[in-house]
Design a protein around this ligand. Structure first.
Ligand code: UTP
Length: 297
């Protein structure tokens, strides 16, 4: 068995980032030198995915344009002697086939994944959220590891998990391990947004998944939850209730999740990527240090 198809949901409205997202997709917001979704695509490509299906929605055409080959721009850079900038467009030539489908009503992440059913069919597939980068400069290989686990374990779902501070479990789906929680382990349950007291631990679902097609029947049977949205975590929970195996894979220490869905995490992600920029890191550090401590003491 091999997994070469990834579904990338990018249809959400991004209301927590208004007014920034009023007329531009949050997945196209810059983090350092690239838009968020380009990091996602580069990560998936490095992990061996060669077919990407974006689930898009209103106002998201900038994403489709971004991955087109822009022959006019390339010719213009050549003619104007800016050949060195051509390297910045190398991502256009990744060995990837792109597909697009629409989520016609924004009924939540679970619903967005369900919208891919007709295209995905019975194949196993990856889901990678288009608004989350894994690892500084998307250096993570976790999806490759998750695919390996999926193919060798007979599980119907493998989810990436990240340790979060106990005060933050309330924002995430939290894994309850079946036994000891090693690097890879089976889930007994998944609790959506528990309080710190109720939480069975502090390992939060982290924007990357591998599924068999069994997830589609669960999504179709999932009733809308909070905010009228169909939650992907509810469908994963249903898999567990049906007695199917769901595995968790922890993100490594160098595989931090950068979620750009709210201003605090977006600002922090931009700052971290900018501070790691190969050309501007030193200058930025000096200038920021001076801003933070104008007296220089
Ligand atoms: P979020 O859970 O952050 O939701 O999406 P959102 O609707 O985009 O943002 P807010 O809550 O209004 O601020 C996580 C990922 O799932 C996609 C988003 O595009 C994002 O990449 N998504 C979310 C969909 O594709 N469809 C949806 O209905 C909701």
């Amino acid at each position: 068995m091999s997994v070469d198809l990834a579904v990338v949901p990018v249809a959400g409205r991004g209301t927590r980032l208004l007014p920034l997202t009023k007329s531009q997709p949050k997945e196209m917001l810059p983090v350092g030198r690239k838009p968020v979704v380009q990091y996602v695509v580069e990560e998936l490509s490095r992990c061996g995915l060669s077919r990407l299906l974006f689930v898009t929605g209103p106002g998201k055409t900038a994403i489709e344009n971004h991955f087109d080959i822009d022959a006019e721009l390339i010719a213009n850079l050549r003619e104007t002697g800016k050949e060195e900038l051509l390297a910045e467009l190398a991502f256009e030539r990744e060995d990837i086939e792109y597909f697009y489908t629409r989520q016609r009503r924004q009924l939540g992440l679970g619903h967005a994944v369900l919208c891919s059913r007709a295209v995905v069919g019975n194949q196993p597939f990856v889901v990678a959220l288009g608004d989350s980068i894994i690892g500084l400069n998307a250096a993570s290989r976790v999806v490759a590891l998750m695919i390996e686990q999926f193919c060798t374990s007979g599980a119907d779902a493998v989810v990436a998990l990240e340790e979060v501070p106990p005060s933050e479990v309330v924002h995430y789906g939290i894994a309850q391990p079946k036994g000891a929680a090693g690097e890879v382990f089976e889930l007994a349950d998944l609790i959506e947004k528990p309080s710190a007291e109720e939480a069975p631990g502090n390992l939060a679902v982290a924007a990357r998944y591998v599924f068999s097609s069994a997830i589609f029947d669960c999504l179709a049977a999932t009733r809308p939850g909070k905010g009228g949205e169909i939650q992907l975590t509810d469908a994963i929970r249903m898999l567990i209730e049906q007695g199917r195996r769901v595995l968790g894979v922890r993100l490594g220490s160098n595989e931090k999740r950068f979620d750009i869905g709210n201003f605090e995490s977006y600002f922090l992600a931009f700052a971290e990527f900018a501070l790691a920029d190969p050309h501007l890191s030193g200058t930025l550090r000096r200038k920021l240090a001076a801003m933070l401590d104008p007296t220089g003491g």
